[in-house]
Ligand binder design. Sequence first.
Ligand code: NAD
Length: 542
Amino acid sequence: MSNALFKVPVAVNEPVRAYAPGSVEHTNLINKYKEMYNQEPIDVPMHIGGKEVRTNNKRPMSPPHEHGKVLGHFNYGDASHVNAAIDAAMAAREEWANLPWEQRAAVFLKAADLLAGPFRDKINAATMLAQSKNVFQAEIDAACELIDFFKFNVQYITQIYKEQPDSLPGMWNRLEYRPLEGFVFAITPFNFTSICANLCAAPAMMGNVVVWKPAASQIYSAQVLMELFKAAGVPDGVINLVSVPGPIAGDVVFKHKDFAGLHFTGSTGVFRDLWKEIGQNISNYKTYPRIVGETGGKDFIMVHKSADADAVATAMTRGAFEFQGQKCSAASRAYIPMNLWEEVKTIVVSQVNSFKMGSPEDTSNFINAVIDERSFDNIASYIDFIKEQPDAEIVVGGGYDKSKGYFIEPTVVQTTNPKFKTMCEEIFGPVLTVYVYDENDFEATLDLVDSTSDYALTGSIISNDRYAINLAMKKLENAAGNFYINDKPTGAVVGQQPFGGARGSVTNDKAGAPMNLLRWVSARTIKETFIPATDYRYPFLG
Ligand code: NAD
């Protein structure tokens, strides 16, 4: 057998394409969007053990910006499909787990190159159609972030495997990393195509097999991800997609003895319920399951009196409203000092009024639709609530319309109550609430930022005063897992700002970092003694 210690290609971040109108890349992507929009409705199967599985229970898939248009249907399954997916995963496990790591790495490096090339327009167009992302938001998510996840994670695999103990003379200590003894359950959200793929790919890269339950509203782009995995050479049964209601899938998975790990991204309430369910079943499992969850946020922008109003306003509008505020990291509360507020307000209102809203097919639209009717109604109910409150007023926005698509105007609210409902609760839509504080109360306001929410995902301090920055960093140490200085709190890049928060938000295993991959392996320590002892008597016995 030939052996070598292989060096993997050095990972570099995928350059983000500009898609300037008239460019070849712009034309090609919009043509792909139109082709997918106009094609015959598709029938998206479940993928179990490499087989396409269909049922009689078909659910329509429509773009959020045009709910009357049917792109196709997906096949809704039941508990039997979840059981079949677990069986398929467990049947694939031994061969996949025993494949040399470089073969697994090669599969995902190939996936990265396929995505950067032949799959790029398709995954971006699918994400624009399914999740209503504009060209830029689709590109930084479905193409670039996912390419980065694949490439950087491959690099991190080698870092993990290289982590070895020291050895004294006469022995050799080694650590080896094996996949978990069972299967990993990936439950994914609607909002990031890259996260959906990574929640499956990260455990799979480390030799695990996966049952994947995507959100119903993301299945259109999930199908393209399954095509990508297949084209890259992920073997049958290694990643199995089931489209079933979450509680039905959970009921089967969390009672299964081979359940070995949950890789979850979604809302905090769901994650807490799943953790409880796992706890209740803990004595049924062969091993203690790994639980990795990235959940909600109430992400803040804290502004010092020394900041530039332009920088503050742009951090607010980009941070709060890109992808309609449906990023877990989106700014949704801002603390603005009184000395800057009038100027900041003027710029924010003028920026928001200049946004165009509509279909992502028209790339001059900065704002598109929110994901579905449930989300639309929820956000609209918050806006209605705000309109009735004496301690809050809408500064700009506040309109909504679901006649054609789920459109909500980017909305800025000013409140005089720092604990106002929308300062505390995650809305997951384009609503930013501002609390204006006395600029001389900076330190007390930092305490307010820290204590207002159970979440601790992202946040930023905007200041030109280094002492103020230092104080904010200290006081807000536990308030955000991703902390930004003089920037918006969104837009983490793999390999540069590993992502994950704290408190109620997440387990903070940092997606796109070695910390996350470590959760999907179990280490075996090996001590080999070259010349074994032959007499039990130690010298102290005389
Ligand atoms: P969600 O919690 O509604 O759904 C997430 C997934 O859980 C979906 O696949 C859903 O079908 C499934 N699910 C729901 N109930 C279930 C149950 N009882 N059993 C098993 N599965 C169940 O979240 P969403 O609306 O898709 O996504 C938005 C949420 O995700 C927001 O709270 C956002 O902050 C969070 N998010 C966090 C991060 C992060 O990195 N921290 C990233 C993206 C999204």
